[in-house]
Design a protein around this ligand. Sequence first.
Ligand SMILES: CC(C)(COP(=O)(O)OP(=O)(O)OC[C@H]1O[C@@H](n2cnc3c(N)ncnc32)[C@H](O)[C@@H]1OP(=O)(O)O)[C@@H](O)C(=O)NCCC(=O)NCCS
Length: 163
Amino acid sequence: MKAAADIRLLKADADTCCALSVLHGAAFAPQEERQWTADEFLELMQTPSIWTYGLYLDQLVAGFLMLQVVAGEAEIITIAMDPKWHGQGYAKHLLNYLHALCLSQGISKVFLEVREDNLKAIKLYSKAGFVKKGVRQGYYQKQKGKPVDALVFALVIDSIGNS
Ligand SMILES: CC(C)(COP(=O)(O)OP(=O)(O)OC[C@H]1O[C@@H](n2cnc3c(N)ncnc32)[C@H](O)[C@@H]1OP(=O)(O)O)[C@@H](O)C(=O)NCCC(=O)NCCS
């Protein structure tokens, strides 16, 4: 895959809802997760505590990070990259951006939940310094088969940058 010439991280606005919905569907299809609609994205993005950042490659949105920020702590609602850009370090780039954002906004802790069978994401978070804190049994309901446990991860942000 040819590397993108231009990489930008921007706060996503309402105009990107359709593109984010398509991207979400493509990224989560292998996990058989329901695609979030453009209206659902719009509603989430209109919530003041929810912050959404798009990663734009050559002016097209290729990934995103959605957070909920409450009382100085953030929860990653989701992170996804368009499958055609997987494995090129862009999700890592989004998490580096998150770290810098937390430092600049005084956010001291980041949480997330991840399916226990989502090994790529678990590796991504572990490499970014997140530490497993617990398990929520049967948290993810599937259309077929048994529910899947969620692993809870947390990252403490320190001002030195080593978390
Ligand atoms: C998880 C996801 C965001 C990773 O995006 P990506 O841009 O491909 O990830 P990167 O290229 O930045 O890789 C960062 C790290 O993730 C891990 N990783 C990425 N792809 C991997 C793979 N195929 N197998 C194992 N680990 C992988 C590695 O630790 C990698 O670091 P390394 O290359 O130094 O070993 C992407 O696979 C995705 O969109 N998945 C579907 C949505 C999803 O599951 N989101 C998480 C919800 S909790």
